[in-house]
Ligand binder design. Structure first.
Ligand SMILES: [Zn+2]
Ligand SMILES: [Zn+2]
Length: 228
């Protein structure tokens, strides 16, 4: 949605946006706005989450800042005018918090049916709290670790790095230097061993007729730059 790396049917797009919200990182509209701003100012003044402002800032503390509702409205208008036009996406964004209570309720009901209250509590703890801690930290590592540690295939103007362990826990997002170099490419892994489960999923969707116009990496730009 941020980079228009592939096209799909609107209901699939909405479903993916809803599932994305379950990662616990705010409304889809806010997420895309922050991410586009990150690309426009990567590791420069204006980047919402650069390790230049401190590793912990880029990992977690940038999220604790609220700039006021006026600044937020201007931020949304500036970065995601396309997304706010879609009333369904706005609704999905507004459902961000309730959706987590919905998931917790479903898990509690399933756990209770399976093994009483103790199992209900267990399902909620593992399915909501433990899962969210893991998902949040793994994706936050893209902003922190993948801008500090790893190797570079491309000379970009930011400090983005390809980091194998971040790629492993984020299904390919950790090949972040590749992503900054070729932002529209659906594939984040550009060398044969840079495994990218997200791209495999998009290819599977394409195979099933659920995705098209899948943007490929530019072959002439895949020659490695000097590693550093
Ligand atoms: Zn980045
Ligand atoms: Zn991006």
């Amino acid at each position: 949605m941020t980079h228009l790396s592939f096209s799909t049917y609107k209901p699939v797009r909405w479903l993916l946006a809803f599932i994305g919200g379950l990662a616990g990182e705010g409304s889809v509209i806010d997420w895309v706005a922050n991410h586009r701003k990150h690309h426009a100012h990567s590791d420069q003044e204006g980047d919402p989450h650069s390790p230049h402002d401190g590793p912990w800032w880029s990992h977690i503390f940038w999220l604790s800042w609220w700039h006021g509702s006026e600044a937020h409205a201007a931020h949304i208008k500036r970065w995601v005018p396309d997304l706010v036009k879609d009333p369904v996406l706005r609704w999905i964004g507004a459902m961000f918090l309730p959706s987590h209570f919905l998931v917790a309720g479903i898990l509690a009901a399933a756990g209770y049916a399976y093994g009483g209250w103790w199992m209900a509590a267990s399902f909620v703890v593992w399915g909501v709290f433990v899962r969210l801690v893991f998902v949040l930290h793994s994706t936050w590592f893209v902003n922190s670790a993948s801008h500090m540690w790893g190797y570079r295939n491309y000379e970009t103007t930011d400090d983005s790095r390809n980091n194998w362990w971040v790629a492993l826990i984020t299904y390919g997002e950790g090949w972040h230097n590749n992503h900054h170099a070729q932002q529209r490419s659906a594939a984040h892994g550009h060398r044969w061993w840079e495994i990218d489960v997200t791209y495999m999923t998009i290819r599977l969707m394409q195979f099933c007729g659920l995705a098209w116009d899948v943007v490929q990496p530019e072959p002439k730009r895949t020659t490695p730059a000097t590693d550093r």
